[in-house]
Design a binder for this molecule. Sequence first.
Ligand code: PHE
Length: 369
Amino acid sequence: MADIDIDALAREARADLEAATTVADLDAAKIRHLGKNGPIVLLLRDIKDLPPEQRGPVGKGGNVARKELEALAASRHEALASAELDRRLIEDAIDVSLPPRAMPQGTLHLLTQTRRLLEDIFLGMGYDVIDAPEVENEWYGFTALNTPVGHPARNPTDTFYIAGHDQGAGANDDALILRTQTSTAQLRAMQLTKPPLYVVHPGRVYRRDDIDATHSDMFHQMEALAIDEGLTLANLKGTIESFLHRLFGDDLQVRLRTHFFPFTEPSVEADVQCFSCGGTGDPSADDRASGDFDRCRVCRGEGWIEIMGAGMVDPNVLGAVDGYDADTVSGFAFGIGIDRVAMLRHGFPDLRMLFQNDLRFVRQFAGRP
Ligand code: PHE
């Protein structure tokens, strides 16, 4: 028998095993070299046919080579199998993610935005924002506001009574009502703080009104009250002007007309020149082009918008609270409808839209006071 070159057989087998790039290739190479017909396997099987002096070296060399090749095959198997698994994981992956959907995002209601806008203007003028109850007794609601027994506002056809209404139309200062105006906060503020006092109070008010496009049995007002030494009607006018200029535009004129409220003397109503037509009463170009308007839509051709009730705090109101003396301090107050401000600024025609919460309406005011 010729020289047996185990090293050459082993080298060839190693090269074959290493060249395999797939598990299947590797299995085929393993069968070729380490299966029952593999050259080294056959050598070892037929070792007894060799001349005696070759049996030792061939047996030893063959066994070493076979072990090495088996170890190599095992480690190659592991490497190829895990590479194949990785590839399959990537190739077979199914994308189960859904297309992105935006989270619906809430927005502040137009009324909240409008209230905050009004509050901001007064905060900027040094006023505090205060809270006050919606359920009041008749004393805060009427008596202390200089509104006498027999005044129509005290009638249950005008005001929602919760308890204790005196059927005989006398006064029961403890009777509970839903307040009809934020002016009730005047007394509350005065009781809490000695003068000087500069406060605003926004909140809900209730009236037994029939509901239509411009009336609601619940709406919102903001009350302003200033009490200090030496405040006059000129201070009232200046404050109203600064406020309305911030709200509607700097160049607009403000006028006061005499009026009556039980708790102010003198009392006025404030009008602001129409911010839409600038006081001319003419329709805007768009409105005219639509053919539906021959006058300004906002002020109905008046040139002026009636915007708030106001006046100098009546001495009787000051006299209702300890620590407030009409001889040393004076004050002014005014009240403005928050819902009405929102309607004017945004030009929607029906107050009820504010309370129906139709999203098509509500969404239009995302982020715009
Ligand atoms: N409370 C009055 C109203 O509801 C408005 C007002 C407030 C008038 C303060 C004078 C002073 O009409």
